[in-house]
Design a protein around this ligand. Structure first.
Ligand code: C2E
Ligand code: MG
Ligand code: MG
Ligand code: MG
Length: 282
């Protein structure tokens, strides 16, 4: 890093880059310890039936309570976990913990779990999922796996095979962050999935005053429906957004308007009583 010689511009950035790489190494080292020391926790955010206002299920979202840094965002540590391979043991922990939690809920509720591309590169993915289902005792029909277009664009033969096996078991596949990727329509048509999650970036633009955002939402829902998929809108924050989505035929919604992600023990009705039907009338 001393090669910058006479170039002042390089020298200017050096300490910063050094710090960055140092911080990265520390984070990686800490993350390895964190799993063993129980610093990871899952929070759960409901997704709601747009017509009835009842919860269809909850998405598990990973949280890291770092002993010194406090809460670290998944946007920060998931990419690093993917690069270092730590996502494999971490992802397996998530699957087991989330399925075990869902086993305590009313059986009408789905548990949705995010999967990284790296998990699909492992030959063990299907058997890990089967193991998590068996250990928790939940029916495969209650498990929904969220994957992004990035997952399906790599190594599509192996990914297609794994997804096919999972769907045969009754597990559902949701395409997360829809609209942010680059897949062609013909590719999506062949891809084995059940649900489209409309990315928050489109939903947050939705209002009565913005015709363009409205038309995009309409087109995305129509596209999903034409493929025979159900739809969930991510990042719903206002009653107006929810109304527009309902009018456009979107089936489910998720976002701060209903609830932020929260620890399992804070899920209101679930903590108090185990009803037979879904909870969370909005
Ligand atoms: P995602 O799967 O698309 O999850 C939705 C993100 O949007 C979550 O951020 C959630 O807290 C946030 N969100 C939900 N509703 C609203 C809203 O109304 N407004 C706003 N502004 N945000 C909302 P979070 O929890 O920080 O997670 C970020 C991403 O990290 C996730 O995006 C997912 O890609 C990844 N991630 C989280 N947990 C896991 C995990 O267990 N495994 C893997 N592989 N990735 C995970
Ligand atoms: Mg997700
Ligand atoms: Mg998403
Ligand atoms: Mg997202």
């Amino acid at each position: 890093s001393a090669k910058s010689g006479g170039r002042g511009a390089f020298r200017f950035f050096e300490p910063e880059l050094d710090e960055l790489m140092h911080a990265r190494r520390n984070l990686e080292r800490d993350m390895r310890k964190a799993l063993a020391q129980g610093e990871f926790e899952l929070h759960y955010q409901p997704f709601v039936d747009v017509e009835s206002g009842q919860a269809c299920g909850f998405e598990a979202l990973l949280r890291w309570h770092h002993p010194e840094r406090g809460l670290v965002s998944p946007a920060e540590f998931i990419p690093l976990a993917e690069e270092t391979g730590l996502i494999l043991p971490l992802g397996e922990w998530v699957l087991r913990a989330a399925c075990a939690e869902a086993a305590k809920w009313p059986p009408a509720l789905t548990i949705a779990i995010n999967l990284s591309p790296a998990q699909f590169r492992s030959k063990d993915l299907v058997s890990i999922i089967v193991g998590a289902l068996a250990a928790s005792g939940i029916a495969p029909q209650r498990l929904e796996l969220e994957v992004t277009e990035t997952v399906i664009m790599h190594d599509s033969e192996a990914v297609f095979a794994a997804l096919g096996k999972l769907r045969e078991l009754g597990v559902r596949i949701a395409l997360d962050d829809f609209g942010t990727g680059y897949s062609s329509l013909s590719f999506l048509q062949r891809f084995p999935f059940d649900k489209v999650k409309i990315d928050r970036s489109f939903v947050s633009e939705l209002s009565r005053k913005k015709g363009e955002a409205h038309r995009i939402a309409r087109a995305v829902v129509a596209f999903a429906v034409s493929l025979g998929k159900t739809t969930t809108a991510e990042g719903v924050e206002t009653a107006e957004q929810l109304d527009i989505l309902r009018e456009e035929g979107c089936a489910e919604a998720q976002g701060y308007y209903f609830s932020r992600p929260m620890p399992a023990s804070s899920i209101p009705q679930l903590a108090q009583r185990k009803a037979e039907t879904a909870v969370y009338a909005a």
